[in-house]
Design a protein around this ligand. Structure first.
Ligand SMILES: Cc1cc2nc3c(=O)[nH]c(=O)nc-3n(C[C@H](O)[C@H](O)[C@H](O)COP(=O)(O)OP(=O)(O)OC[C@H]3O[C@@H](n4cnc5c(N)ncnc54)[C@H](O)[C@@H]3O)c2cc1C
Length: 414
């Protein structure tokens, strides 16, 4: 591992910092950057995020790894990491557009037509048009290739019918990218086609799902005879699984780190110092110190593991499936940390009222959001499978329906 910037990386860091200094305010010591949790309507978060996104886009700092022709600056993956590290030190809204920018745009770049790239990428970059990902269905999540939403050809159009679920942001998105079944007689992964869909089209119905924290970040989306032109197709007919894999690989990279939710170890220490336990700070209690030490060791282990990824990127290599460790270990660890912090807060911890504790409801939001993070972008169990099969070389899971025509896969529907 190499913890230092190379001369080129150091130069890039100075350039990034200079632009940020000129366009944003630095966080005060101990101040944390705003979290995306708690709903896009909170304090006008979505609109503030759009303003910041446009400021960056106009200066070429919005998606720096994108090619210059689409508004990026052709930066390397390690420069992107450096940019992220620098931006996190400023009082700017969180990125609310990572599904489009981090997952769907790379799919359009890899599989879209020149017209699609020309039409969709720049408005996406500026957040003039926001995008959602219509993959999961009630019976197709980890096993995405079990999807049933159908697209049937009708002249130069396609007719969509079915249901998607857990569609983050669908209620404020202009466009979605959807995977559909176009040939049920083909094998499970072979009869799938990938489309762009207008979220305001006739026959699209979006129903918000209310979460435990009161926010509605994601939705059920129903498609009833939704007509879309063939020009919305991405990739070849029945070759949508290949496009979906591009999206999923980028999804792992976008949310795979397990970072960016809830408060952390520094706030936990602050809380333990300020919490009175029988006339003494809680931090002086050996059992509290022991728990905090365990969290600290776990988080440090994750930090050093992440340096392996950074070193690989710095050397121009692609990080391997061991990258899954960040979310697999980090999400449950942060969940336990938030839970312990809420315990320390006593009765005051049992509320989402921002004014109830000196740290607001940061630990509460972290705790309530953690189960979602343990599911999105690969559940704990799926990540364990990846590590078992691809890192440790253990035998693969049996996949009994892999070679069957999709219409012959037993479903229990009778
Ligand atoms: C916060 C959040 C945001 C999301 N946003 C989107 C979005 O924008 N667009 C979208 O399309 N989807 C989205 N999703 C859905 C997400 O992709 C799915 O929830 C995820 O793929 C898991 O699928 P599932 O919920 O159907 O659970 P299932 O796949 O049915 O899993 C149920 C349980 O079985 C376990 N399991 C499944 N298969 C195996 C196996 N082979 N081995 C061992 N255990 C297994 C799982 O680990 C889990 O515990 C989001 C989810 C969350 C939580």
């Amino acid at each position: 591992m190499d913890f230092n910037d190379t001369p080129d990386e150091a130069k890039f860091r100075v350039e990034a910092r200079a632009w940020l200094d000129a366009n944003a305010e630095r966080l005060a010591p101990g101040e944390r950057r705003e979290s995306p949790m708690g709903g896009e309507g909170r304090k006008g978060l979505l609109e503030r995020a759009r303003v910041w996104q446009r400021t960056k886009a106009d200066a070429g700092w919005a998606c720096i790894t994108w090619p210059v022709e689409y508004g990026g600056r052709g930066a390397t993956a390690i420069q992107n990491v450096i940019w992220g590290q620098e931006e996190s030190r400023y009082r700017v809204p969180p990125n609310m557009f990572s599904i489009g920018l981090g997952m769907l745009a790379p799919t359009i770049m890899a599989h879209g037509t020149p017209e699609q790239k020309q039409r969709y990428l720049k408005p996406m970059l500026r957040s003039d048009e926001i995008w959602c990902q219509l993959f999961s269905e009630p019976a197709a999540g980890s096993d995405l290739a079990g999807l049933r939403t159908s697209a049937v050809r009708d002249g130069s159009d396609w007719i969509l019918n079915g249901q998607k679920i857990w569609t983050s942001g669908a209620h404020y998105c202009k466009w979605g990218m959807i995977v559909t079944r176009t040939d049920p007689a083909a094998k499970k992964h072979a009869g799938i086609t990938y489309f762009i869909v207008d979220m305001q089209a006739k026959g699209v119905e979006i129903r918000p799902i209310r979460q435990i924290n009161g926010a509605s970040d994601f939705n059920e989306v129903f498609f009833s005879d939704v007509r879309i032109p063939d020009t919305y197709r991405v990739g070849a007919v029945n070759d949508g699984w290949r496009c979906a894999l591009t999206t999923l690989m980028n999804e792992r990279a976008t949310i795979g780190s397990g970072q960016g939710f809830g408060l952390g170890i520094h706030e936990l220490l602050q809380l333990a110092r300020e919490t009175d336990w029988n006339g003494r700070p809680a931090l002086e209690d050996p059992s509290v110190r022991q728990r905090i030490a365990e969290f600290y060791i776990g988080l440090k282990g994750l930090e050093y593991t992440s340096y392996r990824t950074l070193t690989a990127l710095s050397r121009g290599q692609t990080p391997g499936p061991e990258n899954a460790i960040g979310k697999m270990v980090g999400a449950p660890l942060r969940q336990r940390l938030s839970s312990f912090a809420i315990e320390l807060q006593g009765a005051a911890g049992a509320t989402l009222d921002e004014g109830s504790t000196p740290l607001g409801a940061g630990f509460q939001h972290g705790w309530l959001g953690a189960p979602g993070l343990r599911i999105a972008g690969g559940t704990d169990e799926i990540l364990h499978n990846i590590v078992a099969e691809r890192v440790l070389g253990l035998p693969g899971e049996p996949r009994v329906d892999k070679d069957l025509a999709f219409q012959d896969v037993p479903t229990g529907r009778g």
